[in-house]
Write a protein that binds this ligand. Sequence first.
Ligand code: AMP
Length: 403
Amino acid sequence: MMKKTVKDIDIKNRKVIVRCDFNVPQDKNGSITDDIRIRSSLPTIRYLIDHGAKVILMSHLGRPEGEADMKYTLKPVADRLSELLGKSVLFISAPEVVNGKVIKAAEELTSGDVMLLENVRFRREETKNGANFSKELAALAEIFVNDAFGTAHRAHSSTAGIAEYLPAVSGFLIENEVKFLGNAVESPERPFMAILGGAKVGDKIPVIENLMNKVDTFMIGGGMAYTFLKAKGYEIGKSILDKEKVGLAGELMKKAEEKGVKLLLPVDIIAAKEFSNDSERAEFDCGSIPQEWMGLDIGPKTAGLFREEIMKSGTVIWNGPMGVFEMPNYAKGTIKIAEALADSNAVTIIGGGDSAAAVEQFGMAGKMTHISTGGGASLEYLEGRELPGIAVLQDKESCGGDK
Ligand code: AMP
């Protein structure tokens, strides 16, 4: 269902409170090391400024566990945002997030002004979706905009609770995520392929279950592949294994076969004796992995095979690296897959988290159709779950005008 956006309501001279994802990485001194999350929120903020809204921004940063721990203050974000917008962003570092000073400042905003609240996780109620905190936040404004896709899978006061008290619409970042992820899954260009990797099989199994009725092909690499190879009866040596999921992996492979969905596993791997970049290394076919070796990347034959499939696809969704890409000696498989996606004409969607980091690291981000800004959120979206921070937003069809 399409959600209303900031374009669908009248915001002129109105106080608009926006949930952003300013959860940026920082160094020891609190300096921001990567401001992509701040820059991603600029289109919505600029639109609101340009259309005469009084803008109040809020976000979490890190895990201050409900205490006003100044290590997690949003002050550095306010400074960076001021630079990026080329205008001063008012920031009041209130330990309670909302207090008398903040309320007064919000009341005194004029059209086009921007203010940023302190870290919403300074309040214990935030992650519990406490109604009192939702109401305090709502009382500052007349309209709620959610633009934090990265936390949309959490029902917190600032992502979902607040929408009970204000008309709620999406910003451009969430609109984009829903458009790309939603279209890819619901009306894909075919053949439609999902590439899954990474280590946590448990996290990806619900995605496989949901996509089983939608995709034409699954390609499984990374650490999770060994649980599937084990289920096929292969010896996997010391490779990472989720013993409890072997049965389920077997059932999923059977289901895929019954449905005529292709499910491709690695045919060869790069293995090491130790979990270290400099360990002794060797290539093995998947049928002959010796006892004392562990698979840490897909091998060249697998990368070639996966590439061929990618080149034939109309849509590719990718979540999870093909190997331990953080170590250069086991990054090749992940690089090869990223290159194949970059070279293909398919609609390519990178589902956040490690695969997004890998694509950025290899300098291929610009060649993808869409890179999701939310790791956990995009995974839950691909599982077919409704994200609470999106569910609370007004539907396009059902409302004629704003409340
Ligand atoms: P996930 O959070 O499930 O997407 O897993 C991501 C992590 O999986 C990355 O940190 C990778 O280093 C790790 N990984 C990928 N392949 C392997 C493997 N073959 N063995 C162990 N860890 C792996």
